[in-house]
Design a protein around this ligand. Structure first.
Ligand code: FAD
Length: 289
C-alpha cells in the first residue's frame, strides 16, 4: 500500500495542465480529488511518474446558472459542492440528490464530477442523471476545445473519447424544458456502496401527457444506456401506473447487464424494471426537476 515516487505539478491554469499532460505523455496522469487515482496507485494498478493536479483550479469549481445557457457545473466541483449547491437545489434538485447518494461524506468531499465522468465506470452515479438532462461537456486540450453531449463521451468500461492531453472543464445542463427528473440507486448498503443498478428519468409534461422522456440506466451495460424504446413508447401518452409498468418492462429488455459478485444479470434486469417504474412515477408526479 505504499505509493511509488512521482513528480507532482500544480499548474495555475487548465491550459498549463493540458500542456504538462502533453509534454509527459502516458507517464503523466491528471488528478482531481484523487479518490480513484490514489487508490489505484496504492494497489499498484497505476504507476504514473507524473501527477498533474487540477482539483485546486478555481475556474473548474463554479456552479452557476447562466440565462440562455443553463446550469454550468465546473468539472472540479466535488460531490458535496453539488449536493449543497443552492443553484442546483433551485434548478435541478435531482442532480444534488444523485450526488448525495454517492459514496460517503469523506469521498464526496474530495471526489469531483469530472473525475466521476472521466473514470467511466459503468456503475458511476453521476452519468445517468446528467445524461437524462441532456448535459453537454466542454473538453479542452492542447489542440483546442470541443463540446459534446455527455452521452457521446463514453466508449466502454473505463474508456472515453478524451485524448491524453484533454481535460473536461465544465458540464452544462441546458434549459431544455424538463418538468421533472430523478435518480434511483440500488446499492448493497445504504451508504458507501457502488450502484448495482442506477436509473435516471426526466420528463417534459404538458398537463398529464408526456411530451418527451429520458430513461438512462447505469451499471447494466458497458456504458450508461438510454432506454430509447421505452422513451419513445412514453411520448404523447397519458401518464399513469400502467404506462410506467409497461415502460419498466421495456427498459429491462433493453439493458445488457452482467452477473458479478454484487448481483446476477437477471436480478439487475428486474431491478431496472422496478426502478424505471418508480423513477418515472416520481419524475412525473413530484414535479421538480
Ligand atoms: C470508498 C469509495 C466509495 C465510492 N463510491 C462511489 C459511488 O457510490 N458512486 C460513484 O459513482 N463513485 C464512487 N466512488 C468512485 C470515485 O470516488 C468517484 O468516481 C469520484 O467522483 C472520482 O473523482 P476524483 O476527483 O476523486 O477523481 P480522481 O481520482 O482524481 O481521477 C479519476 C480519473 O479521472 C481523471 N480526471 C479527473 N478529473 C478530470 C477532468 N476534469 N478531466 C479529465 N480527466 C479527469 C483522472 O486522470 C483519473 O483518470 C467511490 C470511491 C471510493 C474510494
Amino acid at each position: 500500500m505504499y505509493l511509488q515516487d512521482f513528480e507532482y505539478f500544480r499548474p495555475g491554469s487548465v491550459e498549463e495542465a493540458c500542456q504538462l499532460l502533453f509534454t509527459y505523455g502516458f507517464k503523466a496522469k491528471a488528478i482531481a480529488g484523487g479518490t480513484d487515482v490514489l487508490i489505484k496507485m496504492k494497489k499498484d494498478l497505476l504507476a504514473p511518474e507524473v501527477l498533474v493536479a487540477i482539483g485546486q483550479l478555481p475556474q473548474l469549481k463554479n456552479i452557476e446558472y447562466i440565462p440562455g445557457r443553463g446550469v454550468v457545473i465546473g468539472a472540479g466541483a466535488t460531490h458535496n459542492d453539488i449536493q449543497n449547491s443552492k443553484v442546483l437545489h433551485e434548478k435541478y434538485l435531482s442532480v444534488a440528490e444523485a450526488a448525495h447518494q454517492m459514496a460517503n461524506n469523506q469521498v464526496r468531499n474530495l471526489g469531483t464530477v469530472g473525475g466521476n465522468i472521466s473514470n467511466a465506470v459503468p456503475s458511476a452515479d453521476m452519468p445517468p442523471i446528467l445524461i437524462a438532462l441532456d448535459t453537454t461537456v466542454k473538453i479542452v486540450g492542447t489542440k483546442g476545445e470541443r463540446t459534446l453531449l455527455l452521452e457521446d463521451v463514453f466508449t466502454g468500461p473505463n474508456q472515453t473519447v478524451l485524448e491524453h492531453d484533454e481535460l473536461i472543464t465544465e458540464f452544462v445542463i441546458p434549459d431544455n424544458g424538463f418538468t421533472g427528473s430523478t435518480y434511483f440507486k440500488f446499492g448493497l448498503r445504504a451508504s458507501g456502496a457502488l450502484a448495482v443498478v442506477g436509473v435516471a428519468a426526466a420528463v417534459k409534461m404538458e398537463g398529464d401527457v408526456i411530451k418527451d422522456a429520458r430513461i438512462v440506466l447505469g451499471a447494466v451495460s458497458p456504458v450508461p444506456l438510454r432506454a430509447k424504446k421505452a422513451e419513445n413508447f412514453l411520448k404523447g401518452k397519458q401518464a399513469g401506473g400502467e404506462l410506467f409498468t409497461e415502460a419498466g418492462i421495456m427498459a429491462s429488455h433493453e439493458c445488457r447487464p452482467i452477473s458479478d459478485i454484487r448481483a446476477s444479470a437477471e436480478y439487475r434486469k428486474d431491478m431496472v424494471r422496478v426502478f424505471t417504474m418508480r423513477a418515472l412515477d416520481k419524475a412525473v408526479n413530484e414535479g421538480h426537476v
